[in-house]
Design a protein around this ligand. Sequence first.
Ligand code: HEC
Length: 174
Amino acid sequence: MRFLRRVQRWSRLGCGATAVAALIMASATASAQEDFSYGRRLYLDKAQCSYCHGWAGNGAGDGQSNGGAANLRQTRLNRAQLIIVIQCGRPGTAMPHFDESAYSDKPCYGMNEAEVGTRKPALPPGSTLQPREVEAVADYLLGKFVGRGAITRAECEESFGKDARACGEYGVKP
Ligand code: HEC
């Protein structure tokens, strides 16, 4: 009898541990998805990266933008390099700097304000970003764009809602 009770206790403990593990996994998955919707909001709304790079990152931005924005689906930059480009912009190009203190308080690519001179990237059309927001955008690029081929309908619906009319032009499969 004593042995049986002990087994029961163990199995209760075992079940508990499994439930806890399942909970941890579920919340990890949920927070990963949240991170992407946060990153997406920053990309589309707050920072307006989409104005130049397009909602899907393929470089097809608004007709009013300067054009020539990189196709982020094909970038070869890693996370650390993406973060630097977003914070510092690209000197001499239309890629803005999203860190407010880039070049002034924080040198970029080893250059301060005087050294970058007239090649200093512009301030963004939308808002500048805090370091953790830059990280969330970089993770969004890596999670949703980098290395993806053609834009899919599923991807469009994820950004604009299920059955969004404009998504009809994209194939169901890549
Ligand atoms: C005003 C237009 C504009 C906006 C807004 C803009 N970009 Fe860019 N971006 C560019 C241009 C133009 C380039 C190409 C620069 C070059 O020729 O090196 C570029 C390049 C990049 C690159 C380098 C890609 C590579 O492989 O070299 C990254 C990464 C990038 N942009 C991310 C972003 C993100 C993320 C945002 C929003 C937080 C953003 N950009 C907002 C115009 C823009």
